[in-house]
Write a protein that binds this ligand. Structure first.
Ligand code: FES
Length: 187
């Protein structure tokens, strides 16, 4: 893939190769309240979220050519601190916020939003879910921005925002609060 195919959605008005730009990701993954406030042009909403994303580090987490379907790649993001573990996965089917032409590459926190249960190793390739959580059985749908399918949690699994630069896959932000943190950027 050429350098010109770098996905920097905010630098383009149109969609990138992944079919979704960062602003759209914010809107799609945000709440109805957020969408409403964007329409009303109230400060502290999507624009503020986008500015917030700019504060995250850009970290290389994988290679597009080496990522195999349904084989998780684990990494830490945005730092190596509390509950920073996350999972990169090629689902093999289109997903919200998905990277690549097929929009099937996503990444999520590996810690349950309920009480921080460890989700690493619970990826279910048949249903494209994380879980069941070993503590209280929550399951998250990775094709739909990590929404809760069942169980005790009531917040979606934090989704790592991805960018593609040639063959390199970068983590560039997190949508949602990592369990146990008051701020994702203060580990
Ligand atoms: S900690 Fe995962 S469901 Fe409670």
């Amino acid at each position: 893939m050429k350098q010109s195919e770098i996905l920097q959605p905010e630098a383009h008005q149109g969609k990138g190769k992944c079919g979704i730009n960062r602003r759209e990701f914010l809107l799609y993954s945000g709440t109805a309240v957020a969408a409403t406030t964007v329409m009303l042009n109230i400060p502290g909403t999507a624009q503020a979220q986008e500015a917030r994303l700019a504060q995250y580090p850009k970290k290389l987490i994988g290679k597009l050519s080496q990522l195999k379907q349904d084989e998780p790649v684990y990494f830490n993001y945005p730092d190596d601190g509390l509950n920073a573990g996350a999972m990169l996965i090629r689902l093999g089917e289109k997903a919200g916020g998905g990277l690549s032409k097929k929009q099937d590459i996503v990444a999520f926190s590996s810690y349950c939003t309920h009480q921080g249960g460890a989700l690493a190793g619970t990826y279910n390739k048949q249903y494209k879910t994380m879980g069941q959580c070993p503590l209280h059985l929550t399951t998250y749908d990775l094709t739909r921005y990590g929404i809760v399918v069942s169980g005790q949690a009531y917040q979606s699994l934090p989704q790592v925002v991805l960018e593609l630069d040639g063959d390199d896959i970068y983590a560039v932000g997190v949508m949602g609060l990592l369990f146990g943190r008051n701020d994702n950027l203060i580990g």
